[in-house]
Design a protein around this ligand. Structure first.
Ligand code: AMP
Length: 195
């Protein structure tokens, strides 16, 4: 099963993705985590990505597509994956489709986590004080939100147009409650609005 967890920065994708991936039984594949690991070990890729991530902009599509292609080729991803933070642009969505088609697969469902801008701001600035993430400053956050609106939000319309199942889930509330809504939506129950 290929699941995309979709949502703006600060919508709780990372937290929810870990929980949902283990219940679905597929690996959690987060491009942001893979990039941060590359930055931490100062690889060539990490050195290229670091200033871009710090600014809140997106790293180049070809680089991300190579990362995903290699990750989805690993044996634990044969049964599927829960994608977190990918695809974030239309070319990435196209590349994912092509990649999956080659192995006779397609995206099964897109879970879209809905959280308003004020709540996103509050969460990200709170995370900044706890995790010390380089891109959780106010300026970088506003850039990430703008990038999300301009480049990433159209990806949802892309899947809508392709007839992919989309589950709209309210991302506000206790972590457990949101996880339950996502699980219900994945099971096709009514808690998430499935369109
Ligand atoms: P995240 O942890 O998903 O919020 O990602 C942190 C940062 O990594 C983003 O702001 C981007 O700079 C970069 N990044 C992560 N995933 C992608 C992607 N799919 N395409 C381009 N850049 C990405």
């Amino acid at each position: 099963m290929i699941v995309i967890l979709f949502g703006p920065p600060g919508s709780g994708k990372g937290t929810q993705a870990q929980r949902v991936a283990s219940s679905v039984g597929v690996p959690h594949v987060a491009t942001g985590d893979i990039l941060r690991a590359e930055v931490a070990r100062a690889s060539a890729l990490g050195r290229e990505a670091e200033p871009i991530m710090r600014s809140g902009k997106l790293v180049p599509d070809d680089l991300i597509v190579r990362i995903i292609e290699s990750r989805l080729g690993e044996s634990d991803a044969k049964q599927g994956a829960l994608l977190d933070g990918f695809p974030r642009t239309l070319p990435q969505a196209d590349a994912l489709d092509a990649m999956l088609r080659r192995t006779g697969r397609s995206v099964d469902v897109v879970v879209s986590l809905n959280v308003g801008d004020d709540e996103l701001r509050r969460r990200v600035l709170q995370r900044a004080s706890i995790e010390n993430r380089a891109d959780d400053t106010e300026t970088a956050f506003e850039e990430r939100l703008r990038t999300y609106r301009d480049e990433t939000a159209p990806v949802l319309d892309y899947y809508r147009g392709a007839g992919t199942r989309i589950a709209e889930v309210d991302g506000i509330g206790e972590v457990d409650a949101v996880t339950a809504r996502i699980s219900d939506a994945l099971a096709g129950n009514s808690a998430g609005v499935v369109v």
